[in-house]
Design a protein around this ligand. Structure first.
Ligand code: LUZ
Ligand code: MOS
Length: 774
């Protein structure tokens, strides 16, 4: 990323200095990462006598448990005990939004991989051996694996939701063009490098401490208390960092922590439970597959006048976060476009797959894929390019979203036009045309992908966080928040905030583990909002401490508080350095018995949403951007490469450009993988076939685009973003959707008769078939 400013005033020099700090700031975790010193759950020094758990799960997707015999497993040397639902002192219930999910199956199983028991032994190896000795007989019941089947059978998680704006039915009647069609987007495996796991340690008085690889420490604490039938204060959850989450640990880190805690509760001994990769792949939910249908109506001049869509979400066997994810699909159903007449409906369909769950984008990408498909279809039928339709429908200032929020500080056209001019779209398109004219066995395709993503938990009450900040006697600082570091660099951002407020170097600041005894009742680290919510709380706490410190300085130096500033670990009076250092000021504050600790609470202002009307203002702000994706298809083999992805992204005023760029690149690769190669497969019996890395392909260094260029859009940022630096975790994933349409355009260049299909991922196999179908 390159931004340069030059003139010679002192201010601009200082700005240049702080700019270079922003650009050079590294994710502070990278130092321990590259040395292999970062601590994950599996790296904890375990206590002597620690037991190890392995989960026994259902070998069928749906049925009645006729009989289970644990005797051989229990008799194995080294096996301590096997826990089932009968050992639960509280409720056998872990459902977060809807109480419809058991920790352990009782007499029925609802998905292949559903936990039935926890085997606890002296070693994981022994527990695993014991698992193979358990005998089970299941009377099989009919299995539903697709959302369509579930809909046909009336199998739903909850009632459907619909958003509407204007009157689509009436509007269709006035359209020059109307097209209807169907789309499918498959699920996606999170494939966090650190698998699910937890370590439970008994404390005195029946208290339990759990170290968990979770995005939601409070959810873990609350659920353990509920299952054990104890008060929440008896449970302490601690998180150092995750080896990736991507939404897979927003809700689904919980059961493993609960199981470890349950065993620890009974045995009064420490228990470690870490899923191996196979168990993790089989037992956990993924991104929701969606089967959708759309109807799009356009005017002669390509304005989208009406849009309807029905989204069938394959929710799996229990609600998990599906209702919230379904909601976000509706919020993003029209992506970056203004459509005056909209009717969208989502049905959460109950199937016999593992409960599907949060995954970066949280239903948004699934919604956006459908409207992009509808546009591609309309373009092809009308005989224009998708980009002509996209371009004339981009969102404008004060346009209304279908959920009633008025779009403000819209950057859709700005990012689109900037991408076109900065990257010289005309010449890119010309290259593609010329290449395709000159080559018969290789074809290029290009697509543009605009994105608009709303920032805030869609469930308004979740938008809050707290920060507890200590300034220690020697001037060093400790910060606790609800933020969970999972590689996204949120801890570094919070260090930057404190470093900025107190004007002390990063080395003086420590971000503590995320712990429910220091920061309680937290929302998960999710919804791209972690840095905003926790950062704002940190900023508030630091500012309050600063005020106190400045007051002490003003008394000590006998000058007014307005004249005092902290700079580079010294007190400055009217921009002139005084003798009073940061550490001396801290000591003086302590001697005056003024508190050096502050706890701040932040709740996002202005947002609201009325679910009875499905209208409101749910998002603090939106993030915008546009990507141009170019691919080359080998038309003999059906294989392809992405030549380049060129992006203009709206960071607001990025506070950590290196970290944010990393988020854009990572999200892009993940979106591209979802759209082009990651193919989850279950058989008709509901057994996961893509159950290893040999059968599930994620983007590697060879399949990511050769060139990724990300240009920051110059904007003022948004006041509700932390230091005007916009949320960056999820939005760029949706640039990857453009990859699907770039491939489709390359296929069309080779086989003009090809009937467009909207069935993601576009694997090389599907590309090959499309190239040669007549
Ligand atoms: N999690 C959640 C999320 O609970 N609510 C949300 O709105 C959300 N959005 C994105 C990702 N995770
Ligand atoms: Mo989420 S998909 O855990 O932000």
């Amino acid at each position: 990323m390159h931004k340069q400013k030059s003139n010679n005033t002192l201010d601009s020099k200082l700005e240049a200095v702080s700019m270079s700090i922003k650009q050079s700031i590294k994710n502070m975790d990278s130092f321990t990462h590259v040395r292999g010193e970062s601590v994950y759950v599996d790296d904890i020094n375990i206590k002597q006598g620690t037991f190890h758990g392995v989960v026994f799960d259902s070998p069928k997707a749906h049925g009645k448990i006729k009989y289970i015999d644990y005797s051989k497993a229990e008799a194995l040397e080294g096996v301590e005990r096997i826990f089932t639902y009968k050992d639960i002192p509280g409720a056998n219930q872990i459902g977060g939004i809807i109480p419809d999910e058991l920790l352990f199956a009782e007499d029925e199983v609802h998905f292949w991989g559903m936990p039935i028991a926890l085997i606890v032994a002296k070693s994981e190896f022994i527990a695993r051996k014991a698992r193979a000795l358990i005998e089970i007989d299941i009377e099989e019941l009919p299995v539903i694996t697709t959302a369509k089947e579930a809909k046909a059978k009336g199998s739903f998680i909850n009632a459907p939701r619909s958003f509407s704006l204007g009157n689509s039915e009436k509007a269709f009647a006035a359209c020059a063009y109307v097209f209807e069609g169907e789309t499918f987007s498959n699920g996606q495996e999170h494939l966090y490098i650190e698998t699910q796991g937890a370590y439970a340690e008994p404390q005195e008085n029946g208290n339990i401490k759990i170290t968990s690889s979770t995005q939601g420490p409070t959810a873990v604490q609350k659920t353990i208390a509920q299952v054990l039938g104890v008060a929440m204060h008896k449970i302490e959850v601690d998180v150092t960092r995750l080896g990736g989450g991507f939404g897979g640990k927003e809700d689904q880190a919980t059961p493993w922590a609960v199981m470890a805690a349950l065993a620890s509760y009974h045995l009064n001994q420490s228990v470690k439970l870490i899923l191996n990769r196979h168990d993790d792949l089989r037992m956990t939910g993924k991104r929701h597959p969606y089967e959708s249908s759309y109807k799009i109506g356009l005017s002669k001049d390509l304005k989208i006048l009406a849009y309807e869509a029905e989204f069938l979400q394959n929710s799996g066997a229990a609600a998990d976060l599906s209702p919230a994810i379904a909601e976000r699909t509706l919020f993003h159903a029209t992506n970056s476009y203004y459509v005056p007449n909209v009717k969208t409906t989502v049905l959460s369909c109950k199937t016999n797959l593992p409960p599907n769950t949060a995954f970066r984008g949280f239903g948004g990408p699934q919604g956006m894929f459908v409207i992009e498909s509808a546009i591609a279809r309309a373009a092809s039928e009308i005989g224009v390019s998708s980009r002509q339709i996209q371009e004339v429908n981009l969102l404008d200032e004060n346009d209304t979203f279908s959920y009633g929020q008025i779009a403000k500080k819209v950057e859709s056209k700005n990012t689109w036009d900037s991408a076109k001019s900065i990257f010289n779209l005309e010449s890119l398109e010309r290259n593609v045309k010329e290449f395709n004219k000159a080559n018969s066995t290789f074809k290029k395709g290009l697509a543009l992908m605009p994105i608009t993503f709303g920032i805030s938990f869609t469930n308004t009450p979740m938008n809050h966080a707290r920060a507890l900040v200590h300034v220690y006697l020697d001037g060093s600082i400790g910060i606790s928040t609800a933020a969970v570091e999972m590689g996204q660099g949120v801890n570094t951002k919070m260090m930057q905030i404190a470093s900025d407020v107190f004007s002390v170097p990063i080395e003086k600041i420590k971000i503590e583990t995320t712990n429910t005894t220091r920061v309680a009742n937290t929302s998960p680290s999710a919804a791209s909002s972690t840095a905003d919510l926790n950062g704002k709380a940190t900023l508030m706490a630091c500012n309050t401490l600063l005020e106190r410190l400045v007051k002490v300085a003003s008394e000590d130096l006998n000058v007014s508080v307005e004249d005092i500033k902290l700079k580079a670990e010294f007190v400055y009076i009217n921009e002139k350095k005084s003798e009073l250092s940061w550490t001396d000021l801290v000591s003086k504050t302590m001697l005056k018995r003024v508190a050096l600790t502050e706890n701040a609470h932040y709740a996002t202002p202005e947002i609201h949403f009325d679910k009875t009307k499905e209208k409101g203002h749910p998002f603090a702000y939106h993030v915008y951007g546009t990507a141009i994706i170019t691919t080359t298809v080998d038309c003999t083999r059906g294989t392809y490469e992405f030549d380049s992805v060129k992006i203009v992204h709206d960071y607001g005023k990025s506070m950590s450009e290196g970290i944010d760029l990393g988020q854009v690149e990572g999200a892009l690769a993940q979106g591209l993988g979802w759209m082009t190669m990651e193919e989850i497969a279950y058989n008709n019996e509901g057994r996961l076939l893509s159950n290893a890395l040999s059968t599930y392909k994620i983007p590697d260094i060879f399949s990511v685009p050769k060139y990724v260029e990300v240009i920051p859009l110059e904007t003022d940022g948004d006041a509700m973003a932390i230091l005007k630096s916009k949320a960056v975790g999820e939005p760029p994933l949706m640039y990857g959707i453009g990859a699907y349409f770039a491939l489709q355009n390359a296929i069309k260049a080779f086989n003009p008769e090809h009937q467009l299909k909207f069935h993601a991922p576009m694997t090389p196999e599907k590309v090959l078939m499309s190239l040669y179908e007549k």
